[in-house]
Design a protein around this ligand. Structure first.
Ligand code: HEC
Length: 121
């Protein structure tokens, strides 16, 4: 009688665990919240800021240097000048940075950011 009782309890435990596991895996598929960037779109914070920091801020810093005409340290300053920026980063005869064209992938990312709607984050 006692043994039967134990087996009965184990049976219930297995059922509960099976239900808990299967229901949580369905949640993972249907719930987009754990994905920090659910839209897949490029954003200033995630994608553009680091490209500008690595390639432009040496001259277009908070206080521009080396004759650069403006700062590119904020989201607004980059967004407001996006057309000029895309023109110059792809201009082989007058590139920005002046040392030469950046890798195609980086230039594509800035174009894609514009196409995605110039999102901040
Ligand atoms: C070595 C310094 C230096 C770096 C690095 C640099 N710039 Fe410049 N930038 C300048 C100078 C100097 C000018 C002004 C002369 C000119 O237009 O060529 C300028 C001009 C510009 C202009 C045109 C301004 C206008 O209204 O005509 C844009 C747009 C620009 N930079 C964007 C960028 C971007 C984006 C980066 C990084 C990918 C970058 N620059 C990196 C020095 C720099």
């Amino acid at each position: 009688m006692k043994m039967k009782h134990l087996i009965y309890c184990l049976g219930i435990l297995v059922l509960v665990l099976t239900y808990a596991c299967s229901s949580s895996s369905t949640d993972d598929v249907s719930d987009p919240d754990p994905d920090p960037d659910p839209t897949g779109k490029l954003t200033y914070d995630d994608d553009v800021k680091s490209i500008i920091s690595n390639n432009c801020i040496g001259c277009h810093g908070a206080t521009p240097t080396n004759g650069a005409p403006f700062s590119l340290t904020t989201y607004d300053s980059v967004k407001d000048r996006i057309n000029g920026i895309i023109g110059r980063i792809n201009n082989a005869s007058s590139p920005m940075p002046p040392s030469g064209l950046m890798a195609q992938g980086l230039r594509d990312d800035i174009q894609q950011w514009k196409d995605d709607g110039l999102l901040e984050n």
